[in-house]
Design a protein around this ligand. Sequence first.
Ligand code: ACO
Length: 436
Amino acid sequence: MAEDTLSITDNRTGISYTVPVKNGAIRAMDLRQIKTAPDDFGLMTYDPAFMNTASCESRITFIDGDRGILLYRGYPIDQLAENCSFLEVSYLVLHGELPTEAQLNAWVQQVMSHTMVHENVRKLFETFNYDAHPMGMLASSLAAMATIYPESRNVLNAEVRRLQILRLIGKVPTLGAYGYRHKHGLPSVPPDPDLSYTENFMNMLWKRTEAKYKPNAVLARALDVLFILHADHEQNCSANAMRSVASSQADPYASSAGAVTALWGPLHGGANEEVLKMLDEIGSMSNIPAYVQKVKSGECKLMGFGHRVYKNYDPRARIIKRIASEVFEVTGRNPKLDMAMELEKIALEDEYFVKRKLYPNVDFYSGIIYQAMGFSPDIFTVLFAIPRMTGWLAQWQELITDPAQKIARPRQLFLGYGRREFVPMEQRGASAAAGG
Ligand code: ACO
């Protein structure tokens, strides 16, 4: 009978060790016993960018990157996108089970009762430049909320955590909408709790002088499905940022502000904005082959392509392509779609992309839909952050309640100078010259 262990022989010393294998992994700390001398620190693993390191045990989201499978709490993303509302999925991701009708009604009512934002945080938006990036405004306003709810620092109290979760999920669309309205020089619109989560977001974005905003049902459903697709994605860069900041027991407003800034980068959630810039740069169908050549020669990346985990079609991209046609029936076809489809076709047949298993990710098509809905590219990543708040909070809750977790504090392989004597100012020129 095979044992769940790993035998390791250290060829430096000839000593053999046996370490347990659990859930397909060994514990890095089990390697510390492997030493060449009693005062040796012990063996470490070196894994920049976490290419092969599990930082936690999780029960929230499962991805099979080779087969293009994404499950939230065991349920396939396409089934959730087909049958659920965003808040239903949010409940599932946070609580672990689909809600009963009564649980869902209570959850919706509670979240919607937390959509208003303290006036001091609203006023913060007035201080931003007219062209401030919406992600900068979102991160700042989230961090500012920590000053309004100081009790949120009591992160070990389950009731306190629950209240902050409701506040954050309720208020993040309001903050996103404030940023949008500020950019467009429009007064902010208060939340309307008669509307659904997504409809209310549309109301706060687009209400003008009408007495009551009436959202377009097709666009509201499309946005709701896009929110479902973005709710969580296991240990991605921003979830890891959320966990890392929160591991110091920082409050969830500060931690989620950190997650927002991680999401902002063009290699992560900021890619949806970059895809549109790229399509603008390409300009027309006839320029696509030359652009693909530029990508292959390493001059630039094909934004919205590639993924650390997916080595197959991102299942979210497949669903987004379908939503696109529903949205375009209302908004008219975004001409960028033809360019994106042609780019995808060429890339999927080209050896460079095939060999590296580069497929379109969630960001490749989402921006084209958002643009057709009337959003400018700089707010696309906010549309990602709003639903991802659910995932960040689920990851946070899991971290805080996991007895195996401690403050996140990686090790390093130090390759710099050893101890050396201080050099007085008057002697430095000579040593700097000697150094280089
Ligand atoms: N265009 C061209 N080549 C690419 C791309 C791309 N978009 N992505 C990866 N490659 C190439 C790399 O140059 C590398 O080639 P090499 O082996 O010849 O050096 C190879 O594919 C492997 O790529 P890595 O950078 O090692 O893959 P990694 O897992 O570190 O990066 C990432 C993943 C950041 C998503 C990358 O694919 C990328 O930059 N994509 C474009 C940005 C993007 O769309 N980000 C959104 C990701 S989804 C999300 O966060 C929501």
